[in-house]
Design a binder for this molecule. Structure first.
Ligand code: MN
Length: 227
């Protein structure tokens, strides 16, 4: 019987606002280009094309408050402030009207990106994995259960004390319900899937020693410091 000589490390458990409830993540599914102004700043046409997706490994997620080393193989690490949606009930071909019933909770998150590797991958028509899915590349704030997104909230990113990103969540081209509908036509969503819903305009570089904080009104922040 073949066996693994080494057990993979257990994934960390991420904290929630529910007492004694922790969450183990299954996959991280990220949406590209979901705010028009960010699509424009990246040189793309923000017409309402169907959303596209990429993965990060669940092992890339670190909890808010972590200090991480400046990642290798890049001179241009960028922050991307994003709303994270945790799937609680899986499913395929989920209708938009039913989508929110599959959501366990929401959090602030940071989709850290090696922008130089991403630009090279785009130019050479190569995959984005090494630009997006590197160690410690997703920072996750505390997951809040039962949040109503009907009242509009703002998402912001601060680097030290400088405001870099600031937009209403309603500026998303594809709202949460439609993202879930789209991705569940491509995959069977599973409990523990975490969807990062795209970033607004204002992405930019992070330097060693800086602290980057993603804030969403009413949520705990997602903070990371670069050693
Ligand atoms: Mn992103």
């Amino acid at each position: 019987m073949p066996h693994l000589a080494v057990q993979p490390p257990a994934l960390p458990v991420f904290s929630t606002d529910q007492p004694d409830t922790g969450v183990r993540l299954h996959r991280v599914i990220c949406v590209g280009r979901n705010y028009a102004e960010h699509a424009r700043e990246m040189g793309n046409d923000p017409e309402r094309e169907p959303p596209f997706f990429f993965f990060k490994p669940a092992s890339a997620v670190v909890p808010s408050g972590t200090t991480i080393p400046y990642p290798p193989a890049t001179d241009n690490l960028h922050h991307e402030a994003e709303l994270a949606v945790l799937v609680g009930t899986g499913g395929a071909e989920i209708a938009p009207q039913a989508a929110l019933s599959h959501v366990w909770g929401l959090a602030a998150a940071n989709d850290l990106t090696r922008r130089d590797l991403q630009a090279e991958a785009k130019q050479m028509r190569r995959p984005w994995d090494m630009a997006k899915g590197f160690d410690n590349s997703a920072v996750l704030g505390r997951l809040h259960r039962g949040v109503d997104l009907a009242g509009d909230r703002s998402i912001r990113c601060r680097v030290d004390d400088v405001l870099r990103q600031d937009a209403p969540l309603s500026a998303m081209i594809w709202p949460v319900e439609e993202i879930i509908a789209h991705v569940s036509r491509l995959l069977t969503l599973q409990p523990g899937d975490l969807i990062l819903t795209g970033t607004p305009a204002g992405v930019g570089p992070l330097a060693r020693g800086q602290t980057c904080t993603v804030e969403i009104d009413g949520f705990d922040p997602a903070t990371v410091t670069l050693a």
